[in-house]
Write a protein that binds this ligand. Structure first.
Ligand SMILES: [Ca+2]
Ligand SMILES: [Ca+2]
Ligand SMILES: [Ca+2]
Ligand SMILES: [Ca+2]
Length: 307
């Protein structure tokens, strides 16, 4: 698997050792109905059919549907904002490259080819560009046109840079970097200028996710021990812990209306599930409920996915 997945595995192993509480799977009355009413779909990847494939589901967990069908690893789906296409990474041609496909899984097209490996595709809000991470050992954030042209290195820094997330207006990109020691969250302008650090706390802060209204960034942090979901204002102020379940939580993704956040939670030693909660951290519900490894949710916001 790719480097940041390996990084996550390392964090997860250490999290397992001091994680003894059972996960909270309380399902508040009406919460699933509220999630389902958002009308959008959540993409994720799972090994439930023998190898890692991309799936989508309704935000109440119903209608889990497989999109890819290839013996290679197909992972880290990202919805285009119009809900018509999904970008993902696959090693079906050897090294990991960025692919796009239609929302029903048809017509997968390879966009990048690199000896370094490409991962974590992120559509720009206008659908014209895709940001991604290039590099297994030391990553850089690149951006390209949605057809793979005009490839540009945005971070251009010797340290590891990964995990990009566009602001809703498309003017800025949040990302993770190891340039100041442990992993921290940074923002930059969409042309790579003005790279600014937002988090300053040890140990690792990573996986930023810009809220739909542009005012907040959800992220992962291990600052209180077991990795949990946090949120801060887009300028880095008011950093607040959202999950307190004692179980490792990763990879936040916002619902279209900003009222909910989906994430992945480690259950036991190896099982992952996709959970959703209210944006204030209350009301956890397990959406996937499958013994396979279900990871890396991406909550679609597109018009094609809404009622
Ligand atoms: Ca596959
Ligand atoms: Ca770098
Ligand atoms: Ca940190
Ligand atoms: Ca599972």
């Amino acid at each position: 698997m790719r480097r940041s997945a390996l990084l996550l595995s390392t964090i997860v192993v250490s999290a397992c050792q001091d994680s003894t509480e059972p996960a909270s799977v309380a399902s508040p009355s009406g919460f699933l109905g509220e999630l389902g009413a958002s009308g959008s779909r959540i993409a994720f990847h799972s090994n439930r059919d023998g190898n890692v494939e991309i799936y989508t589901m309704n935000p109440d967990g119903s209608g889990q549907t497989r999109l890819t069908d290839h013996p290679a690893t197909d992972a880290n789906a990202d919805w285009s904002l119009d809900g018509r296409r999904i970008a993902f990474q696959s090693d079906r041609s050897g090294k990991f490259g960025i692919y796009v496909m239609n929302a029903d899984g048809s017509d997968p097209v390879r966009l990048t080819e690199s000896d370094e490996g490409d991962a974590d595709a992120q559509w720009s809000p206008d659908g014209r560009h895709i940001a991604f991470t290039r590099g297994i050992e030391v990553g850089e954030i690149y951006v390209m046109d949605a057809d793979g042209g005009n490839l540009t290195n945005l971070t251009d820094h010797p340290a590891d840079d990964l995990n990009s997330s566009w602001s809703p207006d498309g003017k800025r990109i949040a990302f993770t970097s190891a340039r100041d020691g442990d992993l921290e969250i940074y923002v930059m302008n969409a042309d790579g200028s003005g790279q600014t650090r937002l988090t300053t706390v040890a140990p690792n802060d990573f996986a930023p996710a810009w809220s739909p209204n542009g005012r907040q960034i959800a992220f992962n942090s291990g600052r209180d021990g077991v990795p949990q979901i946090y949120v801060m204002n887009a300028d880095g102020s008011d950093q607040t812990r959202l999950t307190t379940d004692g179980t490792a939580d990763f990879i936040p993704t916002w619902s279209p209306n900003g009222r909910h956040i989906a994430f992945m939670q480690l259950l036991g030693e190896t099982d992952f599930e996709i959970f959703a909660m209210n944006a204030d951290g209350t009301g956890h519900v397990n959406l996937t409920e499958h013994p396979a490894v279900d990871r890396f949710p991406d909550w679609g916001r597109g018009a094609a996915l809404l009622p």
